[in-house]
Design a binder for this molecule. Sequence first.
Ligand code: NOJ
Length: 447
Amino acid sequence: MDFPKDFLWGAATASFQVEGYPEADGAGESNWLHFCRQRGRIANDDIPDIAPGQFIHYKEDVKIMRDIGVKAYRMSLSWSRIFPNGDGKINPKGFDYYDRMVNELLENGIQPWITFFHWDMPQSLEDRFGGWRSKDVCKIFGDYVSAAAAHLSDRVTNFFTVNEIPCFTSAGYGSGTFAPGLKLGRKEVNQTIYNGCLAHGYAMTAARAAAKQPISIGLVDNCDGFMPVIATEENINAARKAFRLENSDRLTLIREGKFTPEYVKATGEYMPEYTDEELKMISTPMDFQGVNLYAPNYVMADKNSERGYRIVPFSSSHPVMSMPWLKFDPQIIYYVSRFISELWPTPAIYVTENGCAAEDKFDLDGEVYDTDRTMYLREHFRSAARAVKENYPLKGYFVWSLLDNFEWACGFEKRFGIVYVNYHDLSRTPKLSAKYYREVIRTGNAV
Ligand code: NOJ
């Protein structure tokens, strides 16, 4: 078998992308809902106010997972359901949905793995504090995590702090493509990235202190996945070095508790404000490392460059999935698992997301033959199998995504699910890739 019996096969989603009904039961407006309500921000001005509707259809979704054989479901909590204003009074009804969902999963033998923050924060925190520009928000985040961990840890023992720091910081406050849609200067953006790391640190400490039983907790990072363009020893060493240095502002900072001299030099006057005490909290050892892995970056050793490596440009005809940034090279799973565990003590690594968008269409027989996604997954499983075989601590994999869902600025245009969602009647249809995934889970082989 390519994978051991206890390899954790999972599926992933996030609250704002799948739940729908974001203001039900007294929830506050989130920054993403606020952003979607501004015309021209999202493709077709889509708003996930109903679809895909897991808030209502959760039992059906759990049944689909059980049929596929999924062992774990990575989901996130909506902060503004629980604290409508971000801080202050808790909304007692805010946990009801998560209680229903968690209980349904457990009754069906599926472990819930919960992310505290997958980008949707109460808009009130943006209005009152400037969102992730403010360290006060990191502290308030810690309080929300305490409440959520205290409430759920009688049944849930695996948690993630924050998901993909650059996407709720640089993309939100720098390029402005994501909520809150601002285009600030370099120092302010670096501060938000640093504050994202600080929020992770607060969450590590708060969740462990509030939990009712021992829990496992770690970060979900979308590190840039550097790999050798040709796997010579020299290039492998160069790629490992690039992996560490090019991810200096978050993953390396979190793992090492200090900024690399290379980052300090390159950032100069744009360095964020930080303290040694904060760095200590940020680098609290994690129980596992989550990585979202999609697209490769190639590296070549280069004796003439200051850092000893060169990033290789992509050929314009490099294979790309149905999303402009989603270039194809499955080796990302092998190399990221390898480099993380070679660089830092890492008890376990989980691929917390991997998958692709595809132009899914119904065939005349009523099936969706997503052969491209099926191929994408198979090749990534082979790469994961190589990491496992060579004893890197890769312990599990969550496919992104269980369902077609709200793909942020792309709205409902891009479909990442292994299950098709009809956005008119919200019916669900497992695609070919879901059937394929079931076989992989059943056999333990990247068939
Ligand atoms: C990573 C994000 O965590 C997720 O929310 C998003 O939908 C996928 N990438 C695909 O873009």
